[in-house]
Structure formats: structure tokens, C-alpha cells
Design a protein around this ligand. Structure first.
Ligand code: GDP
Ligand code: MG
Length: 172
């Protein structure tokens, strides 16, 4: 049997409530859906197979069950994650501040090799109120990948997961 999909990475979706974590996950994944019954995590993950040419990887993509709304998302959720997708809503500056808090937390508490991509979602909307130049500076300073997407029309969503997967596999 071929083991071409044998590299598997846990990837977590993080960000303030309503930024579009679940929408991005649904937009990208059409695969199996498993609900983790561990009550302290209360999250769901889906496995998605990505073909990166020479390398094939399985992303185990974790979405929250909404605990971020009550600030009750614990470090259990991102334990073992090799990738973190930290999302903000381009129309909501508060969600960008929250995203930066998540970057800090994952860098302090997460795995030392975790790859982080900061994602600006809802770019289909016209009332952008987070300055992209400021975000780009922040990403450069903190060594983060950056991606602009719309879960609503699908723009940029595939690229976001492929960019992150490529970055994660480069060290293997
Ligand atoms: P979560 O709480 O982070 O999981 O956010 P959801 O995926 O539940 O989305 C919150 C709300 O934002 C829902 O009403 C979505 O329809 C909406 N939403 C998510 N992504 C987009 C997007 O790219 N564009 C627009 N216009 N709305 C979006
Ligand atoms: Mg959600």
C-alpha cells in the first residue's frame, strides 16, 4: 500500500466569535466529519487530504464548538497543533486585536514548531476597517504568513490551506 498521505498535521482554527472560522472550514473541507466527545475540548475535526506535488499531507482541521464566545477555549484545544489559522474579520478592528492575542498565546503555549497564518476574512464586504499596511507590518515582525479570504465567495480559501501545508511540510 502506498503511504503517500501518511504525513498528518493537526491544524487549529482560532479567532474571536463570528469571524468566520466555521465558514472557512466548511468552505474548504468536504471530507469526513468527526465530533470529539471530550467535553473539555468540545471541538470537531475533519481530515482533508492535500496534494502538494511531491508531498501529500493530511490536515486534521479542528474547529471550536463556540467556546471562544465565553473565553473558555483551553490549551487542550491546540495541544499538538503543527499549524494555527488565526482569523479576523476585516470589518471588525476588535477581532484583529483578539487575533493578535491568539498569536501571542500560541507562540507562548503552543508547540515550538507551530506555523501560524494570520487570515483576513470577509474581504467580499466593502466596509473594511482594519488597515492592511499595519497588518502586513505586524506579520513581518512576527514572522507570520498572511492570507486574505472570503468564506462567502471562496476567494483565497484553498490557497490559505495550501500555503500553510507547504510551510509545515518544508521542515519534513
Ligand atoms: P465563527 O464563530 O468564527 O465560527 O464564525 P461563523 O463561521 O459562524 O460565521 C459568523 C458569521 O459571519 C455568519 O453569519 C457567516 O455567514 C458570516 N461570514 C463568515 N464568513 C464570511 C465571509 O467571508 N463574508 C461574509 N460577508 N460573511 C461571512
Ligand atoms: Mg464557529
Amino acid at each position: 500500500m502506498s503511504n503517500e498521505f501518511s504525513i498528518k498535521f493537526k491544524v487549529v482554527l482560532l479567532g474571536q466569535s463570528a469571524v468566520g472560522k466555521t465558514s472557512i472550514c466548511i468552505r474548504f473541507c468536504q471530507n469526513e466529519f468527526e465530533l470529539n466527545q471530550e467535553p473539555t475540548i468540545g471541538a470537531a475535526f475533519q481530515n482533508c487530504l492535500l496534494d502538494l506535488g511531491e508531498k501529500k499531507v493530511t490536515l486534521q482541521i479542528w474547529d471550536t464548538a463556540g467556546q471562544e464566545r465565553y473565553n473558555s477555549l483551553t490549551s487542550m484545544y491546540y495541544r499538538g497543533a503543527k499549524g494555527a489559522i488565526i482569523i479576523y474579520d476585516v470589518t471588525n478592528p476588535d477581532s484583529y486585536e483578539s487575533a493578535k492575542d491568539w498569536v501571542k498565546e500560541i507562540r507562548q503555549q503552543g508547540s515550538s514548531s507551530v506555523k501560524v497564518i494570520l487570515v483576513a476574512n470577509k474581504i467580499d464586504l466593502t466596509n473594511h476597517s482594519v488597515q492592511k499596511t499595519e497588518v502586513l507590518k505586524y506579520c513581518e515582525k512576527h514572522n507570520l504568513l498572511f492570507s486574505e479570504v472570503s468564506a462567502k465567495n471562496g476567494l483565497g480559501v484553498d490557497e490559505l490551506f495550501y500555503d500553510l501545508a507547504t510551510d509545515m511540510t518544508n521542515q519534513y
